[in-house]
Design a protein around this ligand. Structure first.
Ligand SMILES: [Zn+2]
Length: 134
C-alpha cells in the first residue's frame, strides 16, 4: 500500500515531534479521500517520554470538526523519543481506527525517522510512505 503525504505536512509533524522531545508528541492529519490537508497537533496530557494520552476535550472538539466540516481522520501520529518509528505493543492494542494511517516518528536520533502503518485487528501492515505531491 502506497500513501503520499505532502512535504509541508511531513515537516510540520517532524517540527512538532522535535519541539515536544523528550515528551512524546501526538496529533492527527485531517483531509478527505485519504489525502491529508492539515496537521492538528494535540496535547499529550500524560507528559510522558514513553506514552501519550490525548487531551479529551481536544479529542471531542476534533470529532465535532470531522462531523461539521465533513473531514476524515486520515492519520494519527505520535513520536517515539528513544525507540524506532514502529508501533509498540501498546500502540497496536490501542489502535481502533482501521481506516486511518498510523504515523510514527522517532526522535531518538537527530535525523527524525518517519514511517506509516495500517493497524487492523492487531495486525500491523507497513505503508509505503512517499513524501511529495499527493
Ligand atoms: Zn508509540
Amino acid at each position: 500500500m502506497t500513501w503520499t503525504l505532502s512535504r509541508d505536512l511531513a515537516e510540520r509533524m517532524v517540527a512538532h515531534a522535535l519541539a515536544d522531545h523528550p515528551i512524546e508528541a501526538c496529533g492527527v492529519l485531517l483531509g478527505t479521500g485519504g489525502v491529508a490537508s492539515e496537521v492538528v497537533p494535540l496535547t499529550n496530557v500524560a507528559h510522558s517520554a514513553s506514552f501519550y494520552e490525548v487531551d479529551s476535550a481536544e479529542l471531542l472538539a476534533l470529532y465535532r470538526r470531522l462531523d461539521t466540516e465533513g473531514l476524515d481522520l486520515v492519520a494519527i501520529y505520535h513520536s517515539h523519543t528513544s525507540t524506532p518509528a514502529r508501533p509498540s505493543t501498546t500502540d497496536v492494542e490501542l489502535a481502533f481506527e482501521p481506516h486511518a494511517y498510523y504515523v510514527l516518528l522517532s526522535t531518538a536520533r537527530e535525523a527524525v525517522d518517519l514511517a506509516a502503518f495500517r493497524i487492523v485487528d492487531g495486525n500491523v501492515d507497513p505503508v509505503d510512505l512517499r513524501i511529495g505531491v499527493p
